[in-house]
Design a protein. Structure first.
Length: 161
């Protein structure tokens, strides 16, 4: 399991040649709340954006992401359905339960790398609350409903936080 904040900025390498292909800058998330792939920036001066599907990632390490085939990087022509920080960004949106309880503001997501399934949401109640109580992690097995103004999650009362 991995969080986006740990993944962001990691270099992506071609496994067979050790060549750096770019750095992770965001996640592509479907409208059903599944991480479909990584968004990469390449180049030093003139940066270009690329997409790589989760299925095309060979491995996620703590210091880098490995890819078998560099041709699996696809130029990003149109913005992704949802991202965490870019186009149609999810960070900063209110996280609500299906019962109408506000859980906080989305700060990060926990996902299973192999499947792209989001299994937890890290939310904030504000700077001072985070300092005193810490950020909350909301666990869920069901995909969220991603709306224009909020993200709705079905939280099992027995799962805890």
């Amino acid at each position: 399991m991995r969080t986006f904040s740990i993944l962001k900025g990691l270099p992506v390498y071609e496994k067979s040649r050790g060549e750096k292909l770019g750095e992770v800058y965001d996640l592509h998330i479907s409208n059903t709340g599944i991480v479909k792939g990584l968004l990469l920036k390449t180049g030093a001066l003139f940066k270009k954006s690329f997409f790589i599907a989760i299925d095309d990632v060979a491995s996620f390490g703590w210091d880098g992401v490995m890819v078998e085939d560099p041709t699996s990087l696809k130029p990003l022509k149109k913005p992704a359905a949802f991202t965490l920080e870019g186009h149609e960004k999810l960070m900063g949106r209110p996280l609500m339960t299906a019962q109408g309880e506000k859980l906080g503001i989305l700060e990060d997501v926990y996902f299973k790398e192999e499947l792209g399934t989001i299994v937890g949401y890290e939310c904030s109640d504000g700077f001072f609350s985070d300092m005193v109580e810490g950020k909350r992690v909301i666990k869920t097995d069901d995909p969220p409903t991603i709306g224009k103004d909020a993200i709705i999650v079905d939280v099992d009362e027995n799962m805890g936080e």
